[in-house]
Design a protein. Structure first.
Length: 208
């Protein structure tokens, strides 16, 4: 039996890893668009700005839509952002990831969407992007698809520079975050549900 394993070229993992964020982002670009949800954005902006990286922020609310991605693309172009940072859960990371692919290839989100769009392939590298997951349930940082509404976008078929930074928590001191049993259980169920959904899909792609 054969299989493919897709992963970001670089994963930075460990307690306090996020304190290295500016050093990781700076070689990819001097100005970053931070697509975020959750509460870590002020700390990340502080880390990046103190490390010499300019920042523009965009909050992602709810599951990403085509309009959300188009807004991120337009903002990145207008502000001349050279690198994208997806900060938070899967919806923020998927939005940043999809925007990075479109910025590198041109066109609009619908051009690359399967079923409801043109289904074009991504043929050029995405612009550099960095994922900073703040939940345990998402796997968006290590997949080449982005989910917009109910549709997959194979946005990372030809990906650019990607870095995942995963540590204890963003900002503050170096203690491990305590999230409580209920939230930890939600994250665990979310991860199991994602795997179950992929296994049951009649048009599934094990390379995703």
């Amino acid at each position: 039996m054969g299989f493919e394993f897709f992963s970001p070229p670089r994963i930075v993992f460990g307690r306090g890893a996020v304190t290295r964020l500016a050093d990781l982002v700076r070689p990819l670009g001097n100005k970053a668009l931070i697509v975020f949800n959750g509460s870590a954005q002020p700390d990340v902006v502080r880390l990046l700005v103190s490390g010499g990286v300019g920042c523009v922020s965009l909050r992602q609310r709810g599951e990403p839509t085509v309009e959300d991605v188009e807004h991120a693309v337009e903002l990145a172009r207008r502000e001349v952002c050279e690198v994208l940072v997806g900060l938070g859960g899967g919806s923020a990371i998927d939005t940043a990831k999809a925007a990075a692919g479109i910025l590198g290839n041109g066109g609009a989100a619908l051009d690359y969407m399967e079923v409801i769009g043109k289904g074009q392939l991504i043929t050029k590298p995405a612009v550099p992007w960095v994922a900073v997951p703040t939940t345990a349930g998402t796997g968006a940082e290590v997949t080449r698809n982005a989910v917009l509404g109910d549709t997959f976008v194979r946005i990372l078929q030809a990906a650019g520079d990607r870095v995942e930074v995963r540590g204890d928590r963003v900002g503050g001191d170096d203690r491990v975050a305590v999230v409580g049993h209920r939230r930890a259980a939600w994250w665990a169920v979310d991860g199991v549900a994602d795997q179950d959904r992929a296994g049951r899909s009649v048009a599934g792609d094990v390379r995703a």
